[in-house]
Design a protein around this ligand. Structure first.
Ligand code: SAM
Length: 228
């Protein structure tokens, strides 16, 4: 069960291969400016809602676990009229994203370089108009299924931050993840709009999807709408 004051375990990787010199520079020079303030418990122990005025009232989207950031930057570049927040604790992925932001020269984007649950605590209620969950960690063992994003705790927290009618997109290559998504997301107050093997018209294939395709695991795409 999701609890904003519990001590949370994060089971994924936070560090990977040694960073290139250029990536260290991106982290040193760009990360602070692009990171949302007052998301962590150290900065905001009372867990007060954060200030989103940097987005100047634009509709706000959220990508959970952006990996190398290709989809996040693609969405920011395709839709300059929105603001998009990306969340990812894996430092190598964050460094890759920062390089892509420099190359694409996009400004309508901010980062939480950490666990999305910390961001959920402090995002204002109904502040997000669209959310993306691209290839969430699969946790294949049955005893680990409760660590999956598509469980009550995460989904309840996501649902609070979404506007009524907001779209929630999920992409996965794991059939049992599709099963659990179809079971649990509607229970958290969402309606299934679409599912199948055809991606969204504005989809950009991610690194993880390319790996899944190389290894013979076909993608599955699901679209939900948060109930009013
Ligand atoms: C399988 S990878 C997919 C990455 C990317 N979306 C893609 O499609 O290439 C899942 C990502 O989710 C991130 N992740 C896992 N738990 C998370 C959490 N609680 N908050 C934010 N990101 C998380 C992981 O660090 C990892 O980068």
């Amino acid at each position: 069960m999701y609890d904003p004051v519990e001590r949370r375990n994060f089971y994924g990787r936070v560090h990977g291969k040694t960073l290139r010199a250029s990536q260290k520079t991106y982290l040193e020079e760009d990360l602070d400016r692009l990171s949302l303030a007052r998301v962590t418990r150290d900065e905001n122990p009372e867990r007060a809602p954060i200030d989103l005025t940097r987005f100047a009232g634009k509709p706000l989207w959220l990508e959970i676990g952006f990996g190398g950031g290709e989809h996040l930057v693609h969405m920011a570049a395709t839709y300059p009229e929105i603001g998009i927040i990306g969340c990812e604790p894996f430092v190598n992925g964050i460094a890759m994203l920062l390089g892509k932001i420099r190359a694409a020269n996009v400004e309508n984007l901010a980062i939480h370089p950490g666990d999305v649950r910390d961001l959920f605590d402090v995002l204002p209620t109904a502040s997000i108009a669209k959310a993306f969950l691209n290839y969430p960690d699969p946790w294949p063992k049955a005893r680990h299924h409760r660590r999956r994003f598509v469980t009550e705790g995460y989904l309840t927290a996501l649902s609070r931050t979404l506007q009524p009618g907001a779209e929630f997109r999920v992409a996965t290559d794991i059939p049992d993840y599709v099963r659990q998504t179809l079971e649990e997301v509607p229970q958290a107050g969402f309606t299934l709009l679409n599912e199948g093997d055809q991606p969204w018209s504005d989809w950009l294939s991610t690194r993880y999807e390319q790996k899944a395709l190389r290894e013979g695991r076909p993608p599955h795409y699901l679209t939900f709408q948060r109930n009013a």
